[in-house]
Write a protein that binds this ligand. Structure first.
Ligand SMILES: Cc1cc2nc3c(=O)[nH]c(=O)nc-3n(C[C@H](O)[C@H](O)[C@H](O)COP(=O)(O)O)c2cc1C
Length: 181
């Protein structure tokens, strides 16, 4: 892949929540998990474990718990990110989890597989832990749904798409300075 292709690949990563039928090949699964494994963490703590889920009944059950992970129900697979619960510094944990999620999505995209982050919330956290047999002391918040994008899959819900132009978010050398010279 040349530089232009690599940049296009990175920039094109979007959240996809609608999937068509199609199982994820074992080779893709293994690549996704291996790229995830190599994600950098603060102090190299690697304070996480992953649960790979592909049984449709489990995916549907996860998608039904309280939170924002309904898209897991229709996915071919999902990864549950299980944090150790041994929180030294909350922000570190959340940051690491974000990096890991993005890596999972990028490795999946390299295989033509789409996906989306989904958080469980409220009672959904304990419910999802029970479903997956995750010990209570562990922390569970993030799922990444994975699958082949449906024909009609929209990269963004109305009102949620697009990005701010660079001019609105980047300053040069000093906050608020728009000029590069
Ligand atoms: C930290 C984080 C949490 C997110 N949580 C959810 C979620 O719970 N449910 C969901 O459907 N999407 C979730 N998303 C996906 C975002 O809604 C999505 O990245 C954003 O709308 C931009 O989508 P786009 O890249 O397709 O434009 C999350 C994304 C991030 C980075």
């Amino acid at each position: 892949m040349n530089t232009a292709d690599a940049i296009t690949f990175l920039r094109r990563l979007r959240a996809i929540r609608q999937f068509r039928a199609g199982a994820i090949p074992a080779a893709a699964r293994d690549d996704i998990l291996d790229v995830a494994r190599w994600t950098g963490t603060a102090k190299n703590r690697q304070a996480w474990e992953l649960v790979w889920i592909e049984r449709p009944e489990t995916l549907r059950a996860v998608g039904a718990v309280e939170g924002y992970a309904k898209h897991v129900a229709g996915a071919a697979a999902a990864v549950a990110i299980v944090m150790s619960g041994d929180v030294v510094w909350e922000e570190q944990d959340v940051f690491d989890e974000g990096r890991l999620s993005e890596r999972i999505m990028l490795a999946a995209a390299a295989h033509g597989i789409a996906g989306c982050v989904g958080w469980v919330d409220g009672d959904g956290i304990e419910a999802a832990k029970q479903l997956l047999g995750i010990p209570r002391e562990k922390r569970l918040r993030t799922f990444v749904s994975l699958g082949y994008a449906a024909e009609q899959a929209q990269p963004a819900r109305p009102g949620h798409g697009g990005r701010k132009p660079l001019a609105e978010l980047v300053s040069y050398e000093r906050y608020g300075r728009q000029s590069r010279s």
